[in-house]
Design a protein around this ligand. Structure first.
Ligand code: SF4
Ligand code: SF4
Length: 87
C-alpha cells in the first residue's frame, strides 16, 4: 500500500511493522493543532521531547513515532500556544 507519508503523519497516524512484516496503522494519541502552531519559528516541543517523538514537516509539527511517547506531557507544558494535547 502506498500512502503519502506527510499526509499520513499529518493525520496523526503511524505505520509500524508487526512480526509478520505486515504494515498496520497505529493511531496517534497526540493531537497537534497546526493552525495555531508557530511552525518553524518555534519548535520548542520538538527540542523538549525526551523521546524524540515529534518533528517538523515544513511549517507543521508532526508525530514521528507515537509508540515511543511516554506520556510525560512535557510537550504540552512547553507549547506557548496550547497546540498539543496528549490523550
Ligand atoms: S508526552 Fe512526552 S514523550 Fe510524548 S510527545 Fe510529549 S514530550 Fe514527547
Ligand atoms: S511548541 Fe507548540 S507552537 Fe511550538 S512548534 Fe511545538 S506545537 Fe508548535
Amino acid at each position: 500500500m502506498v500512502i503519502n507519508k506527510s499526509i499520513t503523519m499529518g493525520l496523526g497516524s503511524f505505520f509500524k511493522r508487526n512480526k509478520d512484516k505486515k504494515e498496520e496503522i497505529v493511531e496517534s494519541h497526540i493531537d497537534i493543532n497546526n493552525d495555531d502552531c508557530k511552525g518553524l519559528d518555534c519548535g520548542k516541543c520538538v527540542i523538549a521531547c525526551p523521546n524524540n517523538v515529534l518533528t517538523k514537516d515544513g511549517e507543521d509539527t508532526v508525530v514521528r513515532n507515537p509508540l515511543t511517547c511516554k506520556h510525560c506531557k512535557v510537550c504540552e507544558a512547553i507549547c506557548p500556544n496550547d497546540c498539543i494535547v496528549v490523550n
